[in-house]
Design a protein around this ligand. Structure first.
Ligand code: SF4
Ligand code: SF4
Length: 369
């Protein structure tokens, strides 16, 4: 099993608590290089007019219909990475800096107009090429040009989870913890370099709770005066600023980072440990019943027999079962103990589920307490 930090930016290994070296199940169901959510991964082309295409993600976006807010020190890490394979990410970040849209001392953020659009719908997710991430490379099945330095939303997202709802809860809790890490470290680095950024109480990563300016509507750079006000003496030296932020953060010790994160870090880590236990060491509840909110989709298969696709915790991650197995599950009524129901099956029907299958169904919330 990989460690929690294996999917995270490398510099965190020297900064974050030892607990984050604990193992987590590899998310093998999220087959990103041949995207599990794209119909073309099943060898079928997706036509726009194909109605069933609405249920799939498009290969030219996959789940990257998102504009990350990359904190200053991770921007610096991209710029400092001179390996040839990192050059495309560097080029795209440099282009962003040249364009000056969303470019702030705290990091490079989504344009204000993009954020508003993002918040106003869910329909586009995985499908609208207009919402595609600027760091997405539409080659070789879709690649991320800043993969090693992607921020917490990207690095903790999986469309499907080996540990079902417990896995999703763990990754979402990790996202919360890493968001805190990013916020505190980017503020710390900016403060060390230019205290005025913090004292001026400007936090451009906040979504705009105001009317957009004409520049923001047209996704143009801010006026020279506004940009100068934002960056002060660092105008024209933004790349140096970000690289310095990376150096400041990389030179911190684990103890210093713990201090910077404070009590919020401690509480967030305790929560993460709790959900890690639930995902990695699941326990089958004593009593179970079919999830009353289950979505059931019949899959006709004249060769192997009809099946049902059961969605318990996510519309993106259904469990397929034979119709007979599904019928059997209805014996769980939430009153009788699981052991008693299974003993009855063995005695009366000479059948049973394997322990790990029941556990999987419980983690996928096909069965609930
Ligand atoms: S996580 Fe994203 S890229 Fe990976 S399989 Fe799921 S939708 Fe596709
Ligand atoms: S940064 Fe990478 S992983 Fe995140 S949305 Fe963009 S292309 Fe996808």
């Amino acid at each position: 099993m990989p460690s929690i930090l294996e999917s995270q930016p490398g510099l965190y290994r020297d900064l974050l608590p030892e607990f984050l070296m604990s193992e987590v199940p590899e998310e093998t169901k999220a087959t990103c290089s041949s995207c599990a959510m794209c119909k073309s991964s099943c060898g079928q082309a997706v036509a726009e007019e194909d109605e069933s295409a609405q249920n799939y993600f498009r290969p030219e976006t996959k789940c990257c219909t998102y504009h990350p807010n990359v904190p200053n020190y991770l921007i610096g890490a991209v710029l400092a990475d001179d390996r040839p394979e990192a050059s495309e990410g560097r080029r795209r970040i440099e282009e962003k800096i040249r364009e000056r849209v969303g470019v702030t001392p705290y990091g490079i953020n989504a344009p204000a107009k993009y954020s508003l659009l993002y918040q106003s719908s869910k329909e586009f997710f995985g499908r609208a090429s207009g919402m595609r991430c600027p760091y997405y490379v539409d080659e070789q099945g879709g690649l991320c040009s800043i993969w090693r330095y992607r921020e917490s939303v990207c690095s903790t997202y999986f469309c499907k989870h080996v540990a079902g709802a417990d896995g999703r809860k763990f990754w979402m809790t990790l996202k919360g913890y890493l968001t805190l890490v990013e916020t505190q470290l980017m503020r710390y680095a900016a403060f060390r370099l230019e205290p005025e950024y913090l004292l001026g109480e400007k936090h451009p990563a906040e979504p705009p709770a105001r009317k957009l300016t004409r520049e923001e509507l047209e996704e143009r750079s801010p006026s020279e005066r506004d940009y100068q006000k934002l960056w002060g003496n660092w105008v024209g030296l933004e790349k140096d600023f970000y690289t310095e932020c990376f150096k400041i953060v990389s030179s911190l010790s684990k103890v210093e980072v713990e201090k910077i994160l404070g009590f919020d870090g401690e509480a967030s880590l305790a929560l993460l440990k709790k959900y890690h236990r639930a995902a990695v060491f699941p326990v089958l509840p004593k009593k179970l019943k079919l999830n009353p909110d289950l979505t059931v989709k019949w899959l006709r298969d004249p060769v192997q027999g009809d099946q049902v696709a059961l969605g318990g915790y996510s519309e993106l991650d259904a469990v397929a079962l034979s119709v007979d197995a599904f019928t059997l599950l209805k014996d769980f009524d939430g009153q009788s103990e699981v052991g008693a129901v299974r003993a009855r099956w063995r005695q009366e029907k000479s059948t049973d589920f394997a322990d790990e299958v029941l556990l999987e169904l419980a983690q996928a919330r096909v069965l609930v307490e």
